[in-house]
Design a protein around this ligand. Structure first.
Ligand SMILES: Nc1ncnc2c1ncn2[C@@H]1O[C@H](COP(=O)(O)OP(=O)(O)OP(=O)(O)O)[C@@H](O)[C@H]1O
Ligand SMILES: [Mg+2]
Length: 249
């Protein structure tokens, strides 16, 4: 990414109606990736569970600089002023939102945002819930005007399951482009518990997990979209790179 010329920050919001689908995990990983590139990056934690803030507090001192804004005040909820606390000069701003988000709640979070990432677990029940969310989203002004692009990330994917195979074969059923597939791995919990991310290690044991991220990073414009990245891990199948237009149900 070229940050040599002044440009507005890339603002990425993580949101879903379902809880526990990986919003915080994705958000902190994207922030960690951007920080590791040397890009001035801010992670905004808008959730009273403070998962992203706690991960940030655990980061070892030698970690690349990453600014945190903890937007939630447990007594008063999300402070309206959080967006004013994002320091100027950031090139990437990642905003983690609480569970149970409905599209009309999103307005405050997506103002000035360009990307909305919706993590989803590959299951029929989650797909139905997500489809309602996609229908609501398609009516948001920010999406209708083209200001905000939406991508779905299948997370906690279990290889060789029917649910995953069905979604990989019929990504159009999701109602928005599928821009990444991340497999389930205990490594994530272990790393997050240490204040680390996958991008802080270059162990060959983590190579498959790192490969999973390549289509999403390329979609964000953060890495070159190589052939390898467009067709990610053969175990996961053709996951990303299929542009499916956002469609009302
Ligand atoms: N790909 C994955 N493999 C294994 N564990 C994962 C993966 N993604 C997320 N998890 C774990 O699942 C749990 C929920 O993830 P996370 O907290 O990121 O979800 P969330 O959507 O932010 O949840 P909430 O809605 O409560 O804010 C965490 O324990 C996290 O470490
Ligand atoms: Mg969370």
């Amino acid at each position: 990414m070229d940050f040599s010329s002044p440009a507005p920050a890339q603002r990425i919001v993580l949101a879903s109606t379902k809880g526990g689908v990986g919003k915080s995990l994705l958000g902190l990983h994207l922030a960690a990736f951007a920080a590791r590139q040397g890009w001035p990056t801010c992670l905004v934690d808008c959730d009273s569970q403070r998962c992203a803030a706690e991960w940030h507090a655990l980061r070892p001192p030698d970690s690349p600089a990453l600014h945190l804004v903890a937007a939630d005040d447990p007594m008063n909820g999300v402070a309206r002023s959080w967006s004013h606390r994002i320091p100027p000069g950031n090139r990437v701003v990642v905003i983690d939102t609480p569970a149970g988000m409905r599209a009309h709640h999103l307005t405050a979070y997506v103002r000035n945002a360009d990307t909305l990432l919706v993590p989803m677990q590959p299951s029929v029940i989650d797909q139905r819930a997500n489809r309602h969310f996609m229908n609501e989203l398609s009516r948001l002004n920010e999406i209708r005007s083209g200001q905000l692009r939406v991508g779905i990330v299948l997370n906690r994917a279990k290889l060789r399951t029917l649910a995953l195979r069905d979604l990989l074969e019929h990504p159009d059923a999701l109602g928005a482009p599928m821009v990444g597939v991340l497999r389930e791995s205990q490594a994530y919990s272990l790393l997050v518990g240490l204040g680390r991310s996958l991008f802080d290690y270059s162990s060959p044991k983590l190579a498959n997990l790192l490969d999973d991220w390549q289509p999403l990073l390329a979609w964000l414009g953060w890495t070159e979209a190589t052939q390898h990245q467009v067709t990610p891990n053969p175990q996961l199948g053709q996951a990303a790179g299929k542009p499916a237009a956002m469609s009302p149900g």
